[in-house]
Ligand binder design. Structure first.
Ligand code: HEM
Ligand SMILES: [Cu+2]
Length: 572
């Protein structure tokens, strides 16, 4: 075990949130944000597993032209289900529901979220949505693609009704989480936790919550309208009934573009924590990182038309959407610049979470850059509905969000479980995932640019080789992910006991809370007197009085808060 791990050496107290109550009912009826986070983690891991297996099957079908392991209809249903599960049931809830729930209140110095019952309700509502998803499979499956475009979705198989209902229902889970976090951040901060001392993970969650609350109702209403058209024949999208099919696309993307920020903003938040902690540096440009998240959240509402360049919208609209899309590159670029700036001259510690952070920087930059490419009106006319788009959004959603989630899970694992994972295996897995990811998806960018359309189970011979490379890549990727699952489970039972602050981080969940945390997080409400990345002031972390992490101390600082980054004057 590394030196820093021992240095922070504090002892977990015997009673913690995991063992203070036992039995299934104590979990199903819990209002503890930490336990709800874990319930979400287990549910979402299961969804990720199912959706991942579907992805492997889709890739296996594409290993050669023509039919290989499934027929065309099954293929359509497989990629649709993969997409729906990954986007709506996994990635949208993922980081907020798991790590947001677990970490956010502790980072604020709070005992829990503002509305603990609403938090538990969010999980139950999500589970109802998951059951509806199963029913969609029972009642004939869905083959529309995850976008449910009309007019096809208004007429195809019965599963669509259940699936759209599932998305309507899980939307509430997302809204509940968003409302809860906004109120928690405004109202539950410990004394001294000013807006300028919020950890950047909290800022990321704040921006995300705004989008969740404002955008999710739109997808809910869209799904309801589709259901009404299908069941009652009310004309909304069907021209024969006086509707407009393109209207569906507007509604859908008015939610779904902002939704990509629901998926990526929390990832940005995690990145800031990882980069600061493992570079041992004050974050460079705290305020720029915090506010660029909010800027992205706002701008994200203005660009939906870039998904509809070839849908027949007016040339003026298309040009305006294209131009606004470029603007998103600015706050995103600011972030990447600031993360690199934070690492500059830092003492970088290449533990597994940092490997994921570096991975993210590389992959998200490709994802963002290819996003600008498809945002260029003229270029997208060529690239639209090709594998280039598939490559692009996997670079952001998987290379960005999922990689950040993995980094965050490794980072907070000792806090959540009270155990360390096997560092060597974890590093091997991180490398396998990075390599497998690029082999799988870079090839897709190439074939997309050459004209390979998306959502086809057959293709012309010239694409065979690239498809084969991509499929082999998916196996490397899967090997890495299963390795994570393996050593994760092993660590739960056999892992070394984790100290309170194994990484020498300076935010409250590490400095003032034991691993695993006390049922009420803090024994005494902390008094915050410095910024979240003021390592030079965090005496209790580096050579302080050794009181770190027994959960009993306030954050005691030798000096008053530094001028970091600017004194707050009340709520922003
Ligand atoms: C930040 C996280 C992002 C995520 C999670 C994401 C996700 C997605 C997804 C799921 C699609 C597929 C849409 C479809 O099925 O048609 C897509 C397409 C697209 N994305 Fe992104 N994206 C992200 C960032 C960006 C950025 C930064 C840009 C541009 C600056 C961008 C521009 C586009 C465009 C123009 C398309 C439409 C391409 C087409 O359909 O022809 N995206 N994105
Ligand atoms: Cu978009």
């Amino acid at each position: 075990m590394d030196k820093a791990v021992q240095a922070a050496g504090a002892h977990a107290s015997d009673v913690n949130y995991l063992n203070h109550e036992t039995g299934l009912w104590s979990w199903l009826s819990t209002k503890d944000h930490k336990r709800i986070g874990i319930m979400y983690a287990i549910s979402l891991a299961l969804v990720f597993l199912i959706a991942g297996i579907l992805a492997l099957l889709v890739r296996a079908e594409l290993i050669g032209p023509g039919q290989t392991i499934m027929d065309a209809q099954t293929y359509n249903e497989a990629f649709t289900m993969h997409g729906i599960l990954m986007v709506f049931l996994f990635l949208v809830p993922s980081i907020p529901a798991i790590l947001g729930n677990f970490v956010l209140p502790i980072q604020l110095g709070a005992k829990d979220v503002a509305f603990p019952k609403l938090n538990l309700a969010s999980w139950y509502v999500y589970m109802v949505g998951a059951v509806f998803t199963m029913l969609a499979l029972v009642y004939g499956g869905v083959d529309t693609g995850w976008t449910f475009y009309t007019p096809y979705s208004a007429s195809t198989g019965g599963g669509v009704l259940w699936m759209t209902a599932a998305i309507f229902v899980t939307g509430f889970a997302s809204i509940f989480t968003g409302i809860n976090f906004i109120v928690t951040i405004h109202k539950m901060r410990a004394p001294g936790m000013t807006w300028n001392r919020l950890p950047l993970f909290v800022w990321g969650m704040y921006a995300t919550s705004i989008v969740q609350v404002l955008a999710t109702p739109v997808i809910g209403i869209t799904m309801i309208l589709l259901i009404l058209e299908r069941t009652l024949g009310i004309g909304i999208f069907d021209p024969a009934l006086g509707g407009d099919p393109v209207l569906f696309q507007h509604f859908f993307w008015f939610y779904s573009h902002p939704a990509v920020y629901i998926m990526i903003l929390p990832a940005f938040g995690i990145l800031s924590e990882l980069i600061a902690t493992f570079s041992r540096q004050r974050i460079f440009g705290y305020r720029a990182i915090a506010l660029s998240s909010v800027a992205i959240a706002m701008l994200g509402f203005l660009v939906w038309g870039h998904h509809m360049f070839v849908s027949g919208q007016s040339a003026v609209a298309a040009i305006v959407f294209s131009l606004i899309t470029y603007l998103i590159g600015i706050p995103s670029g600011i972030k990447v610049f600031n993360w690199v700036g934070t690492m500059y001259k830092g003492s970088i510690w290449l533990q597994t979470p940092m490997l994921y952070a570096l991975s993210f920087l590389f992959l998200f930059t490709i994802g963002g850059f290819t996003g600008i490419m498809v945002g260029v009106l003229a270029v997208d006319v060529h690239l639209h509905d090709t594998y280039y788009v598939v490559g692009h959004f996997h670079y952001v959603m998987m290379g960005g969000s999922v990689i950040a989630l993995l980094g965050g899970m490794h980072y907070w694992w000792p806090k959540i479980t009270g155990r360390m994972y096997n560092e060597t295996l974890a590093k091997i897995a991180a490398v396998l995932i990075f390599v497998g990811f690029n082999v799988t998806f870079f090839t897709q960018l190439v074939m997309g640019a050459q004209g390979m359309p998306r959502r086809y189970y057959d293709y012309v011979d010239k694409f065979t080789q690239l498809h084969q490379i991509s499929t082999v890549g998916s196996w490397i990727l899967a090997a890495g992910l299963f390795l994570v699952l393996g050593y994760g489970i092993w660590s739960l039972f056999n892992g070394e006991k984790a100290p309170a602050n194994p990484w020498g981080a300076a935010t409250l969940e590490w400095t003032n809370v034991s691993s695993p945390p006390d049922p009420h997080n803090f024994k005494r409400t902390p008094l915050v007197t410095r910024g979240p990345y003021d390592f030079h002031l965090a005496d209790e972390v580096f050579g302080g009085d050794g009181s770190a992490g027994d959960g009993s101390g306030d954050v005691r600082m030798p000096e008053p808060a530094p001028a970091a980054p600017e004194p707050a004057d009340g709520d922003k």
